[in-house]
Design a protein around this ligand. Structure first.
Ligand SMILES: NC(=O)c1ccc[n+]([C@@H]2O[C@H](COP(=O)([O-])OP(=O)(O)OC[C@H]3O[C@@H](n4cnc5c(N)ncnc54)[C@H](OP(=O)(O)O)[C@@H]3O)[C@@H](O)[C@H]2O)c1
Length: 299
């Protein structure tokens, strides 16, 4: 059987590690994980993935990584440098004769998006579409994994601090974005030229999320809606980079206004099954929130 080589960037991150797991052992598919730090790649190697060391900020490092690649899964980290990293990857893909690009973008990306990350993603989407290579764009909703930023305070004091106001959000488990991407990669021609917005199965407030965590952990968890300025000062105080802090505040501001209060049928439409619920996420990540590993039967 002819082999299809799939190059996966962001391989140590939330979405791409799930994609690699979903593609593992799939007949006819060779998975190649792009990492910056080979020391982080031992688990990927032992799972049977080929590993290449490269940096999306450094175009010269990409030539070998892209050699003989058929399908590129292009995920860039949330950063002001996303357009630069994206265009470096697209240029390398063109040189290498890549046949399909699956781009991990973000919810409602657009040049007129109200947030900086949405506008940066629009630039990368444009570069992908201008490449002449068939493409599929995923614009996932808010990741459930974002709540892990408050996991320590849930564990220590039973408080979920988020800057998301009281609005509902159709958040998705980042692992399901990887599952979704794997389905696209299975039959890229069917998904060429399509833009999807994968979401979770339900619209929930952060107070709903706290109540679910409380049920799973078996102790009270309350939600505190951080005002945007307080969130900004707290994150800067922790030494987080200014761009990152501004990005989180942008999203918190627009989500608080109901910008993310929707779900779509894209996940089920493409995969044929429901995305994970927040309760499932809470069970799977219970140890991070200070709980013990729990089984579905307990929550
Ligand atoms: N958070 C959300 O709610 C949300 C929702 C929709 C879309 N998104 C988008 O999803 C993407 C982030 O996905 P994620 O959460 O799965 O990522 P993540 O867990 O933050 O991981 C980022 C990955 O990028 C790699 N990376 C960083 N700089 C790199 C470079 N210069 N060259 C090559 N690789 C580099 C990191 O590798 P190292 O291990 O070397 O650091 C890591 O593997 C962003 O584009 C974001 O805008 C996020």
């Amino acid at each position: 059987m002819a082999q299809t080589t799939v190059l996966i960037t962001g391989a140590t991150g939330s979405v791409s590690s799930s994609l690699l797991a979903a593609l593992r052992g799939r007949p006819g598919v060779r998975t190649r994980a792009l990492v910056r730090d080979p020391a982080k790649a031992d688990a990927l190697r032992s799972d049977g993935h080929e590993v290449v060391v490269a940096d999306l900020e450094e175009p010269d490092t990409l030539t070998d990584a892209f050699d003989s690649v058929d399908i590129l899964f292009l995920l860039t980290p949330a950063s002001a440098l996303e357009p630069s990293m994206g265009s470096n990857a697209v240029a390398a893909a063109r040189r290498a004769g890549v046949r399909h690009i699956v781009r991990n973008s973000a919810i409602k990306a657009g040049h007129d998006a109200p947030n900086r990350n949405g506008r940066l993603h629009a630039q990368v989407e444009d570069a992908v579409k201008a490449s002449g290579i068939p493409w599929t764009i995923l614009r996932p909703h808010y990741y459930m994994q974002n709540l892990l930023s408050s996991a320590a305070s849930v564990a220590a004091e039973g408080t979920l601090y988020m800057n998301m106001g009281e609005a509902r959000v159709g958040m998705i488990d980042a692992r399901d974005v990887g599952v979704f991407a794997a389905k696209v990669i299975e039959d890229p021609g069917r998904h060429a030229g399509k833009t999807y917005t994968p979401t979770g199965p339900e619209r929930a407030t952060m107070a709903d999320a706290a109540a679910t965590l409380a049920k799973v952990l078996g102790r009270p968890v309350k939600y505190v809606a951080l005002p945007q300025d307080a969130a900004r000062q707290a994150m800067l105080g922790f030494g987080l980079p200014r761009w990152f802090v501004g990005n989180v505040v942008d999203y918190g501001t627009i989500y608080s206004e109901g910008w993310g209060d929707f779900v779509t049928g894209d996940f089920k439409g493409v995969t044929g099954h429901d995305a994970r619920s927040f309760a499932q996420f809470a069970r799977d990540f219970a140890p991070a929130f200070g709980g013990s590993a729990v089984t579905a039967a307990h929550a």
